[in-house]
Design a protein around this ligand. Structure first.
Ligand SMILES: *Cc1c(COP(=O)(O)O)cnc(C)c1O
Length: 226
């Protein structure tokens, strides 16, 4: 049952936060490749915040659901030519990793929707295959974002390498927490550190995640892409 999986996940996050004396994180339910009905079912169990990886998939699902009460996060790589549509559809974009996206998102955000919340994606394990900026590029990107009234800089996001060794995962999360604390000291409004997925969300919370992105543990295995 979806509602049982949701309760289990929230429990797991609560326990991890309590044990580590950290705040309870926001749960982003990752619904990529899941049908709109699965989102509706989880929403019926009380979940309001959802994450999608693909702009067009999110657009179709949002149209089908017609639920203005849901909060949508883009957590997948964003191509510049989809930035305008993303700025319309999403409440948060977690994958800002280059200056070109900043202007494109800001220009397209409709003022009546208020500022678009953005996270800077960091390639914390310096993987050639991963998107995200280098840690040393965070400052310049943060300055570009805060110069745009249509955008609200909220923090950092990362997808650490899937190390088998939990100590290595922990180390990547800890490096992210340091980068986050540095950024938060420089910019008012920075309050969000998005890291941790189904497998490692408790570990991420122990290291200071304020937001986790969980798919499989909530919805079960993902169907193949339609
Ligand atoms: C798919 C995805 C997740 C969720 O992964 P699970 O292992 O299913 O919890 C989280 N973050 C990002 C960026 C993803 O693409």
């Amino acid at each position: 049952m979806l509602s049982d999986r949701l309760a289990d996940t929230l429990n797991r996050l609560n326990n991890a936060a309590t044990e580590a004396a950290r705040p309870v994180p926001t749960l982003v339910a990752v619904s990529k490749f899941q049908p709109a009905q699965a989102v509706a079912d989880l929403a019926a169990a009380g979940q309001r915040v959802f994450g999608e990886n693909y702009v067009q998939e999110a657009q179709a699902k949002q149209a089908e659901l017609n639920r203005p009460d849901l909060v949508w996060h883009l957590i997948g790589h964003l191509q510049s030519n989809k930035a305008a549509l993303a700025a319309e559809l999403f409440d948060w974009v977690q994958t800002v990793d280059r200056p070109k996206l900043v202007g494109a998102l800001a220009q397209a955000r409709q003022p009546e929707r208020g500022p678009l919340n953005v996270l800077i994606q960091v390639n914390i394990d310096d993987e050639a295959s991963k998107h995200g900026c280098a840690p040393q590029d965070i400052d310049a990107l943060a300055a570009a974002i805060t110069a745009q009234p249509a955008l609200a800089l909220r923090g950092l996001m990362a997808i650490p390498a899937p190390h088998e060794d939990p100590a290595l995962r922990r180390a990547a999360f800890a490096r992210m927490k340091q980068l986050f604390d540095t950024l938060a000291a420089q910019h008012a409004g920075v309050d969000t550190l998005s890291m941790g997925m189904s497998e490692d969300c408790a570990l991420a919370v122990a290291e200071g995640a304020t937001m986790v992105r969980v798919g499989t543990a909530l919805f079960g295995p993902r169907p193949a892409k339609a």
